[in-house]
Design a protein around this ligand. Structure first.
Ligand code: A2P
Length: 385
């Protein structure tokens, strides 16, 4: 071996070894790429598209089951079909944003209602749904004042009672409510019932009951005067809404507040109202004091509550918001007031179970004062009694 060869040989050996290692690395990378492209990726795509499973699905699902209150930061409706947010507000035709959950104060007696309102405002409620007829407005107004929450942060609703439908009586009835609540405007003023009484009596005013347009025109005037921001109706069935809206209205009814609960879910009215841009508000959402216990004992409601780690009342209240309505649970118990404010999106399958169950039985109203008003007809025309 010559000198030149001796010197060159070791160099050549290193170079050959390096080339061999590089070759192995490339081969391994190529094999992995081949495996990824021909096996892993097709398998993943197959599973993803064939079964709708994905890493996102599993993550959403797992995090949802373990943390129903803060699961899934995916889009509004994530791949799992889980609705991840519920509306906190709805936009009315005026552009105003009405909070989805309110404290209802019907049947909240004097001496109790004030502390319920204060508890609600402490818990974060911004929406109080009341009425002149509930005879507790002054205490509600005092509680609002005590809370120190600025008026402009609140949404206050009240209702025009049956005996003030005559146009000349509307403004003074409204002024009385404004005075009781200690405010100079309402966010929403509603015709309480589609029934007009003659002044200072409970005798039916047939003309104003058959045609509420004169009353409505006066309410429109109240909007123009700045005393009321939005106007609506309550307890109107579809023919009664059509009867009113057939007139040349300046302002359409923004809401229709009706009884909506598990026992009387009114799916047709809900669909029709959505189609016609009228927001429904659910009163007696838990079934009122007479049926709340039965509502909260429904096996499906209990099972959903258990699965999501929330309470049966929260399941029902969340269901209402998920149906697209404002919800007005009433409670004078501070812990329940707080509980009722927290709504959670129900996974689509659980929402459907509840919706199906609620709409599968014959509807049964909790509230129908037709007899108490001595009417010769049913206010709702939906079943004979
Ligand atoms: P209370 O006011 O004594 O707390 P609705 O909202 O359908 O009108 O139902 C009101 C009834 O439901 C009231 O009797 C109220 O009792 C009761 N209620 C309200 N919230 C709850 C809750 N979270 N759990 C149990 N009962 C409730």
């Amino acid at each position: 071996m010559g000198v030149a060869e001796k010197e060159i040989l070791p160099l050549n050996s290193v170079s050959v070894r390096a080339t061999a290692t590089e070759h192995h690395r490339r081969k391994a990378a190529f094999s992995f790429l081949k495996f990824f492209c021909t096996r892993l990726l097709p398998a993943y795509l197959f599973v993803y598209y064939a079964f709708g499973y994905s890493a996102k699905y599993i993550l959403c699902r797992v995090s949802y089951l373990h943390h129903p209150r803060r699961y899934c930061t995916c889009d509004n409706i994530c791949d799992t079909g889980v609705i991840t947010t519920l509306p906190t507000h709805y936009t009315l035709p005026s552009g105003d944003q009405i909070p989805a959950v309110a404290l209802g104060v019907w049947q909240a007696s004097k001496g109790e209602v004030g502390q319920a309102v204060e508890a609600a405002l402490k818990s974060g409620y911004k929406h109080i749904d009341g009425a002149w007829r509930y005879a507790n407005e002054a205490e509600v107004g005092q509680a609002i004042k005590n809370s120190g929450v600025p008026r402009e942060e609140l949404w206050l609703t009240s209702k025009l009672w049956n005996s003030f439908h005559a146009p000349e009586d509307v403004e003074s009835a409204l002024d009385d409510t404004l005075n009781n609540l200690g405010t100079d405007y309402l966010d929403l003023y509603i015709i309480h019932w589609p029934i007009a009484f003659k002044k200072d009596s409970t005798e039916l005013d047939e003309a104003l009951t058959a045609d509420p347009y004169p009353t409505w025109k006066k309410l429109e005037e109240m909007v123009d005067k700045g005393k009321v921001r939005n106007i609506g109706i309550s307890n109107f069935n579809i023919p009664r809404v059509k009867n009113l809206t057939a007139n040349p209205l300046k302002y359409q009814p923004a809401v229709n507040q009706v009884e909506l609960n598990y026992w009387n879910p009114q799916p047709e009215l809900l669909e029709w109202s959505k189609e016609h841009g009228i927001l429904l508000e659910a009163y007696s959402p838990l079934g009122s004091n007479t049926q709340v216990k039965d509502t909260l004992a429904i096996p499906e409601v209990r099972e959903i509550a258990r699965e999501l780690g929330i309470t049966p009342a929260q399941v029902i209240i969340s269901w209402h918001v998920q149906r697209g309505t404002v919800v007005l649970p009433k409670s004078v118990t501070p812990s329940r007031v707080e509980e009722n404010y927290h709504v959670y999106p129900l996974p689509d399958n659980l929402f459907r179970i509840l919706e199906k169950k609620a709409t599968a039985h014959p509807p049964q109203r909790v509230v129908n004062p037709s007899k108490a008003y001595n009417l010769s007809f049913d206010i709702f025309d939906d079943y004979p009694y």
